[in-house]
Design a protein. Structure first.
Length: 172
């Protein structure tokens, strides 16, 4: 037979476990805002080389490109990094005020810690924009988090380095 104290401890542990599950759900999957359906969306604004704003079902959503990191242009307390403006302008020229197809990654999170959607971005012609940025030297492969195309992106980065493309020749 359990004592009142033991029942309270079990109840407390159950509540802690429940809170952990809820926390995991909201931080790993973006909570109730899960959006995994691929679709075409209008790029309203380019934040920098690897972050865009899209109009999604009447709501403005910030989207962080999966698997690529371009040099910083807007990070607080960080100076504009070499090739950052060029990478940002390249994304702006090619994506802003256009429709792109967004696709989630089955092994990546839905949102990052800043609540930005994490997506692959495809152009009308089928080009994977994330990969293009890495392959042409506008950014490097960001492999700190798992994603299905990480091997390809690392290979694209190595090719860009070996060919001295973009930041790999300008930022030494």
């Amino acid at each position: 037979m359990m004592t009142v104290k033991q029942k309270k401890i079990i109840t407390f542990l159950f509540l802690i476990a429940l809170l952990a599950v809820v926390y995991f759900f909201f931080t790993r999957h973006g909570g109730a805002n899960i959006t995994t359906v691929s679709g075409y969306y209008y790029v309203d604004y380019t934040v920098d080389g690897d972050t865009i704003d899209v109009l999604m079902n009447g709501v403005h959503e910030r989207v962080r490109l999966i698997g690529v990191d371009t040099p910083e242009t807007h990070k607080p307390n960080t100076p504009v990094q070499c090739y950052g403006v060029i990478a940002s302008d390249f994304t702006k020229t090619n994506l802003e005020h256009k429709n792109v197809r967004l696709e989630s990654d089955p092994i990546n999170q839905n949102r990052d810690r800043y609540q930005r959607l994490l997506r692959y971005v495809y152009l009308d012609d089928g080009t994977l924009w994330n990969a293009k940025l890495v392959r042409e030297g506008y950014g490097h492969a960001l492999t700190a988090f798992p994603f299905t195309k990480s091997g390809e992106f690392v290979e694209y980065e190595n090719l860009a380095k070996n060919e001295n493309l973009g930041l790999w020749s300008a930022c030494q």
